[in-house]
Design a protein around this ligand. Structure first.
Ligand code: FPP
Length: 247
């Protein structure tokens, strides 16, 4: 009997990393300890993404709404980002991973902006593997920024509103030029999108796992991708219309 052809991996996986606080609380540790352990999970998922052939990995590291958290937690998270970027610079170069960001990074502390610029510049020529950090990111804010840039383009005669389409308008989004995420994973059992990539996820498969982010390992990532492969992706067609036929 012939084996079915192996299915190609999703090109782009987006992850809402959730549950660091609960992980720490369950152990009587400060919340920041959960975030610290979460940084180690980031390293694991970057490795696993490359192993699985996933070209784009987008991680929701700090939302536009996370500024509401206690100031010590915010500065702790910014410190971890700075630490991560310094630690990973050489690894990302060695592994040929390009760093991108989405979100309003000009509101981040100057030292974090500096590290981001340094790592992005040092990795900008890589094309195969891409790590996208969503920082001070919100899908609604991104849509407002896109609308503003589009309106300016109309005023300057570079765009004609009669031609507007999602394909054209999405070029003003922070994710312009990236493939659309095909799989969204959210850890910790919460069933929400929390203002993450809401238009880009229109046809993504959503996988929710109860595992808390610091405990999310290679096997959990592989299981989420296997779940993705079990889904029938119809994009509005019927099962019968699919080249593979109904399941
Ligand atoms: C959600 O857990 C997690 C965050 C808001 C931050 C995620 C940040 C990291 C994993 C570390 C820094 C990232 C990088 C890329 C270096 P939560 O605090 O909301 O957990 P809870 O819902 O259990 O309280």
């Amino acid at each position: 009997m012939t084996q079915p052809a192996p299915q190609p991996p999703p090109q782009h996986v987006a992850i809402i990393m959730d549950g660091n606080g609960r992980w720490a609380k369950a152990r009587g540790l400060p919340r920041l300890e959960g975030h610290r352990r979460g940084v180690e999970t980031v390293r694991t998922v970057v490795d696993t993404a490359r192993e699985l052939g996933i070209r784009y990995l987008t991680l929701y590291a700090f939302s536009a709404e996370n500024w509401k958290r206690p100031s010590e937690e915010i500065s702790g998270l910014m410190g971890l980002l700075d630490f991560f970027l310094k630690r990973e610079l050489n690894n990302l170069i060695k592994e040929k991973v390009r760093l991108h960001t989405i979100g309003r990074i000009d509101a981040l502390p100057a030292n974090v902006q500096r590290e981001l610029a340094r790592v992005k510049e040092a990795t900008q020529h890589f094309t195969e593997w891409n790590l996208v950090l969503a920082l001070n990111y919100g899908a609604q804010q991104e849509a407002a920024d896109a609308a503003r840039a589009y309106a300016t383009a109309v005023q300057e005669g570079r765009e004609n509103p009669d031609d507007v389409s999602w394909e054209r308008f999405s070029q003003y989004f922070a994710t312009a030029g990236m493939p659309t995420p095909e799989l969204l994973i959210r850890t910790s059992g919460e069933l929400r999108l929390s203002n993450f990539l809401m238009l880009q996820l229109a046809y993504a498969e959503l996988v929710f796992t109860p595992t808390l982010w610091p405990d999310f390992g290679r096997a959990d990532f592989v299981a989420a991708v296997e779940e993705f492969h079990r889904r029938e992706r119809r994009f509005g067609s019927t099962s019968e219309q699919l080249p593979s036929g109904p399941r």
